[in-house]
Write a protein that binds this ligand. Structure first.
Ligand SMILES: C[S@@+](CC[C@H](N)C(=O)[O-])C[C@H]1O[C@@H](n2cnc3c(N)ncnc32)[C@H](O)[C@@H]1O
Length: 252
């Protein structure tokens, strides 16, 4: 993501088909909601179309992109247009603040996390661990087809820095093999899904690496699926019900 386009403008450009593939995955939601503890009031930052918002608590959403806000379903929590880095709320206004699959888009993630900490007593963030030298190699898609993902991480804070910034602990999040939320890693055991244009359009990584890398990766994956090479290389995944691919909750 370059400096020419703000983060909100980016989702105003790529977000129009988001709800085709992105929705709450109930098993991951259960883990997020457990981490929210007994919070009765919850701020959802970078809320997008409203996935993972608990229906049994009072939720207020924050989302800078008008295109994303316009896709929130009828009856979803009220939504304020703002950036995480400047939350328009007084100190300690909420029992908890949550952020799901969004902090990698923030201009200054640590500033945004500190804002969440300022306005809420508890913070729960779903993100990924890129500190492990083997991270890129954990997932066959980045390892064998899209190494350009490494370039997207340059200059971004590690999970250790993020956690330290707000004194958080981390908790692993396993991805079920039939994960219903189509985020980047979701189809780890269903590789043919990545050949589907709609699946790719629901994930910002593909837009960020650009069309050349995208087309090359898709071509190469298609060939390997047809020849049996993918199955041969990833035989160990086929019996797994859930995978550890570096996804984490940060919890304070
Ligand atoms: C991958 S979507 C996730 C949306 C939602 N949390 C979900 O799980 O479906 C990332 C969201 O972060 C939002 N975003 C980008 N920059 C932001 C910022 N600085 N502050 C808050 N949200 C931001 C985008 O507009 C987008 O809606």
């Amino acid at each position: 993501m370059g400096s020419v386009m703000s983060r909100a403008q980016f989702y105003d450009t790529i977000g129009a088909t988001y709800t085709l593939t992105r929705r709450t995955e109930p098993r991951i939601a259960a883990q997020v909601w457990a981490a929210l503890g007994d919070a009765a009031t919850v701020l959802n930052v970078g809320a997008g179309t409203g996935s993972y918002e608990p229906s049994d608590r009072h939720v207020l959403a924050v989302e800078p992109s008008a295109v994303m806000r316009s896709q929130r379903p009828a009856g979803a929590a009220s939504c304020v247009a703002a950036d995480a880095e400047r939350l328009p709320f007084k100190d300690q206004s909420f029992d908890a603040a949550m952020a799901f699959a969004t902090i990698h888009h923030w201009r200054d993630p640590i500033a945004g996390l500190r804002e969440m900490r300022r306005v809420a007593r508890r913070v729960v963030v779903f993100t990924h661990d890129t500190t492990d030298a083997g991270w890129l190699r954990r997932f066959w898609l980045t390892r064998d087809y899209l190494p350009e993902v490494a370039d997207l991480l340059v200059g971004r804070p590690s999970i250790t820095e993020l956690a330290r910034g707000i004194g958080a602990r981390t908790e692993p999040v396993l991805i079920p093999w039939d994960c219903r939320d189509g985020f980047f890693e979701a189809h780890w055991r269903r590789p043919a899904a990545y050949l589907d244009e709609n699946v790719r359009r629901g994930v910002s990584v593909w837009a960020k690496v650009g069309p050349e890398a995208e087309q090359r990766a898709v071509r190469s994956l298609r060939n390997d699926l047809a020849s049996g090479r993918w199955a041969e290389r990833n035989r160990d995944l086929l019996d797994l019900d859930a995978a550890e691919l570096g996804l984490r909750l940060l919890i304070v």
